[in-house]
Design a protein around this ligand. Structure first.
Ligand SMILES: Nc1ncnc2c1ncn2[C@@H]1O[C@H](COP(=O)(O)OP(=O)(O)O)[C@@H](O)[C@H]1O
Ligand SMILES: [Mg+2]
Length: 162
């Protein structure tokens, strides 16, 4: 089930588009924990950004916010990790995938339309697999411990920065 269109950031403007600067891994994880408050079963979060920008760190915070008790590790070698929280939490790392076809062959696409929350690191490697309604979080390096994190999501009805 692969679509031909590209994911949303380039299409319609999302309702929430904010930029947050974090100054430590703890702050980034805390942001993830806050984001988790707004997540519902079926939400997909596409994480973009190069190595070391804090994608796994943010994913750990999201997992924590979803009540996952297990330690969330980087899924680079396993590609898909599944955790039990208040909803199932799927943590995918697309870094080692050749593209959308491999993502689909792994059965990863089915997870996106299930009852869990899914975070995809390196989502830019599987652009056609990212649902158009996915949140898009873009991380970039500002300095050694400074990260810019842009969150694009549907209207959240709350204040992420508080
Ligand atoms: N503000 C920050 N947010 C997140 N990580 C940070 C920050 N400052 C420094 N770091 C460091 O950057 C690295 C980010 O690693 P990780 O989350 O695995 O990145 P990615 O998954 O994007 O490759 C970690 O070593 C972390 O300690
Ligand atoms: Mg990572």
């Amino acid at each position: 089930m692969m679509r031909e269109s590209s994911p949303r950031p380039d299409a319609a403007a999302p309702a929430c588009d904010i930029e947050i600067i974090t100054h430590s891994p703890e702050e980034t994880a805390k942001l993830g924990e806050k984001l988790a408050r707004y997540l519902k079963a079926g939400t997909v979060i596409a994480l973009r950004g190069t190595l070391g920008t804090g994608k796994t760190c943010l994913a750990k915070g999201i997992a924590w916010g979803l009540g996952v008790k297990e330690t969330v590790a980087s899924p680079t070698y396993t590609i898909i990790c599944e955790y039990e929280g208040t909803v199932p939490f799927y943590h995918i790392d697309a870094y080692r995938l050749s593209g959308d076809a491999e993502f689909e062959a792994l059965g990863a696409e089915e997870l996106l339309y299930g009852e869990g929350v899914t975070v995809i690191e390196w989502s830019e490697r599987v652009p056609l697999s990212v649902p158009p309604e996915a949140w898009v979080v873009e991380l970039s390096l500002l300095g050694e411990s400074c990260r810019k994190i842009r969150v694009r999501a549907p209207a959240l009805g709350g204040d992420l920065e508080s």
